[in-house]
Design a protein around this ligand. Structure first.
Ligand SMILES: C[S@@+](CC[C@H](N)C(=O)[O-])C[C@H]1O[C@@H](n2cnc3c(N)ncnc32)[C@H](O)[C@@H]1O
Ligand code: SF4
Length: 371
């Protein structure tokens, strides 16, 4: 059976003011060994079906590049992998050196994803982020066959000219893969408080769309084709791990806040709080039995966000449901969707509005009439 693994590393040097992930500040004496012990404990108790060799492993966070190398190696050594498996680690600029990159590779990592976010000093300062320039040039020289970068846009008071400068810098480094994220003001974060006081002005909807469309054009011209709403790659450099999520391939989530999808269709969510995850009798907070309706919704969401779209005939056959045809026709007429035979995918006007369009189609899923 094909499967992937996600391992969540909760530590970060400092917590960025916009971040809502399950993270804690790093400190001397952080419980790295206890974390690795608990991952091993989870691995031993994994659900049935995660046999054989993993196709992909994604070490995310948080900031995996904060882990001592021996701890990362210990965790990766637990997970049996196919020859040529994709093993990604998210890395932050402040942690990288030629030696740390070599250590990651020696531990089994063959793809890194660098949190660039921006190159502009003013925006970096507001985001609480260091310059990514030195880290980018280290990655370029590390001899990795593939790597990725994360870029944020729609930042407070960011202009199109600012975004263009960020793209000039980033494209000069020739990333094989890029993820782009419009700033989301997450409830409960310092950014949410700043926005409430009028001190933060993220892009409004029009500028957001303009920036997104501009990104797509510039990235395409640089050979980075969009294969999902937020993901762009040179041919052959698409993330195999992400594709697995979108194709409902089972994944084993390990670590605080990690999610998992078992081969029988059941799901689980681990405790989010590090101490609870470390010490509770069970690392899992929520278990969900297989749910065909949820599976159908997830398939629709992930399929429509991707370049290939969804074959609605195959979907109907598998799930005995179909999105409301009148809605699909309306969205096609408006350019939000393209319909080619049984395949429905986002149209040019639909990509920047993907979340809203997909939500509409999901809420209009209708059971097939029989007889
Ligand atoms: C889970 S984070 C971990 C990566 C790494 N720790 C870092 O910050 O570079 C993955 C990416 O999510 C994006 N991200 C995090 N919070 C965000 C927010 N509030 N709005 C938009 N993008 C966000 C950033 O681009 C970040 O690189
Ligand atoms: S480094 Fe990444 S994961 Fe950590 S707080 Fe910042 S955005 Fe969140």
């Amino acid at each position: 059976m094909i499967w992937g693994a996600y391992v969540h590393v909760p530590w970060c040097r400092v917590i960025c003011p916009y971040c809502a992930f399950a993270v804690v500040p790093d400190h001397p004496g952080a419980a790295y060994d206890a974390w690795a012990d608990r991952i091993a404990w989870e691995w031993e108790r994994r659900p049935p079906g995660f046999d054989g060799l993993a196709e992909t492993v994604y070490v995310g966070g948080g900031t995996p590049s904060r882990l001592p190398n021996a701890v990362l190696r210990r965790v990766l050594d637990l997970l049996p992998r196919q020859p040529g498996a994709e093993v990604t680690a998210e890395v932050n600029p402040e942690d990288l050196s030629a030696a740390s990159l070599a250590g990651l590779q020696a531990a089994g990592v063959n793809r890194v994803s660098l949190g660039v976010q921006s190159f502009d000093r003013r925006h970096l300062r507001r985001l609480g982020r260091p310059s990514p320039i030195a880290a980018l040039s280290l990655i370029q020289r590390a001899g990795l066959t593939t790597w990725s970068a994360d870029l944020m846009f729609g930042l407070s008071d960011q202009s199109m000219a600012d975004l263009d400068l960020d793209l000039d810098h980033l494209l000069a480094a020739e990333p094989p893969h890029l993820s782009v994220y419009g700033l989301t003001v997450e409830p409960g974060t310092p950014f949410a408080r700043a926005a409430a006081r009028g001190r933060l002005r993220p892009a409004d909807d029009d500028l957001w769309r303009e920036m997104y469309d501009h990104l797509v054009v510039r990235l395409a011209a640089a050979g980075l084709a969009r294969y999902e709403v937020s993901n762009f790659a040179r041919p052959g450099h698409e993330s195999r791990h992400n594709r697995g999520y979108w194709q409902d391939i089972p994944y084993l989530g390990l670590g605080p806040s990690a999610h998992g999808l078992a081969p029988d269709g059941s799901r689980w969510v681990n405790h989010r709080d590090l101490d609870t995850w470390l010490t509770a009798p069970d690392a899992i907070a929520v278990r969900e039995p297989p749910d065909p309706d949820r599976e159908a919704r997830d398939r629709l969401i992930s399929g429509l966000r991707g370049r290939e779209g969804i074959d609605f005939d195959a979907f109907a056959q598998r799930y005995a449901m179909r999105p409301a045809s009148a809605e699909v026709r309306r969205m096609e007429a408006a350019g939000y969707l393209e319909v080619v035979g049984p395949v429905v995918r986002l149209g040019p006007a639909g990509w920047p509005l993907a979340d809203a369009i997909v939500a509409r189609l999901v809420s209009g899923l209708e059971p097939l009439r029989t007889g």
